[in-house]
Design a protein around this ligand. Structure first.
Ligand code: UD1
Ligand code: CA
Length: 456
């Protein structure tokens, strides 16, 4: 395989997004549009990967800071796609230069591979598509024998040309060695007063360079984003493809139209996902995991046999095998649950380890806590981990039973097999194996009388 350069045009402003965010930084499936194009480009192992930037350049560069394989080419004024390409030419070195757009996020690697294969040996490759109505796009003009002669832009079309249904997706594979010369020949004497990259095709035809065309498998692979309607449309197409891949790989989805994956979702066998779940970052499901409706999971690792009941919010957490979570549970960063743990409704867990078989079933906050195995935490219990300035840890040893409505004022340790009475405020360590009660003693006052209404 010959060496490939990739140039991504991303200098446009994206006025129709009506946003202060540069267009290529708008997100599809949680990732900037340009990030999708870069990921696909990298799958082609390019020797040079160059982004042409302009509008919102600082923001665009900052969003991809530290990506050492990226070259940047500044286009101060947007004088056309040919002019944009010209800004990158000095950074190119390989045989073929693939020109992509930063606002066309869903092109498949296989399609680009096919285009590169078709342009092998010095040919020029155009990714074209045949549409019912190609208006708005550049049209592919061929001679009687079917050879491509040139591309004509919508605004420069004659009536006959406007009837052509084969359109230019904009994605080109160009012979690098010829580029500098051809680009220097581009003129802007056209309807838009721009330097068109599409005029390279006529120059190639003049110079006897073979011109090949390839179609994508799906129209949406070449669709670009100019406004939020198109962004939302491509988001749904992308999510539909993700759902299809999950179902095909054996994941049960209650409704493939009601799942959003904004990252990666790995899974074992026989997982079931109910409607309206959102997966962000890296989520890993073991075997036989069930996820109820309306859950949001971000960077979570879930072992075999876990059931997540509806309406849970889980982030940066690990859940051991056969645990039961929710409904309405919140696991915050650093929640590490061993096997067979039960976390019930309206329970929040943060930066805490919970040992196997332990249960926190109702209305509790467990933060900065090391909890052993077989612990039972009564309803309404709070670890008071914060004095307003510093955070302290709570330790609850194996087999402890915390009564309902306890406040465990950290730093504090509840010993193994200890029991605390309901309503206790535990500010000192509770010894192992004993009952500790820390609440006002109940008194009954004899001779007390109810107040009576004072007459005015
Ligand atoms: C371009 C093609 C057209 C094709 C269409 C597909 C040209 C002249 N025309 O038209 O044949 O059918 O795409 O969508 O190439 N850009 C820059 N700098 C510039 C101009 C554009 O970086 O000076 C970037 C834009 O940000 C955008 C991409 O290039 O990502 C395409 O530019 P756009 O103006 O949308 O091209 P079209 O007129 O749609
Ligand atoms: Ca466009």
């Amino acid at each position: 395989m010959s060496a490939v350069n990739v140039v991504i045009l991303a200098a446009g402003q994206g006025k129709r997004m009506y946003s202060k965010c540069p267009k290529v930084l708008h997100r599809l499936a949680g990732k900037p549009l340009l990030g999708h194009v870069l990921d696909t480009a990298r799958q082609l192992d390019p020797s040079r990967l160059v982004v042409v930037y302009g509008h919102g350049g600082d923001q665009v560069q900052a969003a991809f800071a530290g990506q050492e394989d990226l070259g940047w080419a500044h286009q101060a004024q947007q004088l056309g796609t040919g002019h944009a390409l010209q800004q990158a030419v000095s950074q190119l070195e390989g045989d073929v230069t693939l020109m992509l757009y930063g606002d066309v996020p869903l092109t498949r690697r296989s399609t680009l591979r096919a285009l590169l294969d078709a342009s092998h040996g010095g040919a020029l490759g155009i990714l074209t598509d045949v549409l019912e109505d190609a208006s708005g796009y550049g049209r592919i003009v061929r001679d009687a024998a079917g050879n491509v002669l040139r591309i004509v832009e919508q605004k420069d079309c004659t009536q006959d040309e406007a009837a052509i249904r084969e359109m230019n997706t904009g994605i080109l594979a160009l012979p690098t060695a010829r580029l500098a010369g051809w680009l220097a020949e581009l003129k802007n004497d056209n309807a838009q007063g721009e330097y068109y990259a599409t005029d390279l095709i006529a120059l190639a035809a003049r110079d006897g360079v073979r011109i090949a065309t390839v179609h994508p498998d799906h129209h949406w692979e070449a669709e670009g984003i100019n406004n939020k309607l198109q962004l939302a449309t491509l988001e749904r197409i992308h999510q539909g493809e993700v759902a299809r891949a999950l179902l095909t790989a054996g994941v049960g989805l209650a409704d493939p139209a009601r799942i959003d994956v904004r990252g990666t979702l790995k899974h074992g066998q026989d997982c079931l996902i109910d409607v309206n779940c959102v997966f962000e970052g890296e989520v890993v499901l073991g075997n036989d995991v069930e996820i109820g409706a309306n859950c949001v999971l971000k960077n979570v690792k879930i072992a075999d046999g876990v059931v997540i009941h509806p309406y849970c919010h889980l982030e940066d957490a690990e859940i051991g095998a056969n645990s039961l979570i929710g409904p309405y549970a919140r696991l915050r960063p650093g929640a590490e649950l061993a096997a067979d743990v039960h976390i019930g409704n309206f329970v929040e867990v943060k930066k805490s380890t919970i040992g196997s078989g332990s249960k926190v079933n109702h209305l509790s906050y467990i933060g900065d806590t090391s909890m052993g195995a077989g612990v039972n935490v009564g309803a309404g219990t709070i670890t008071a981990n914060y004095d307003g300035v510093n955070k302290f840890r709570t330790t609850i040893e194996d087999g402890a039973r915390i009564g309902s409505n306890n406040v465990l004022v950290a730093p504090v340790t509840i010993g193994a097999e200890a029991t605390t009475g309901a309503g206790s405020v535990i500010g000192k360590d509770a010894p192992a194996g004993k009952l500790t009660v820390a609440r006002a003693r109940q008194v009954t006052l004899d001779g007390w009388q109810r107040p009576v209404k004072i007459k005015k």
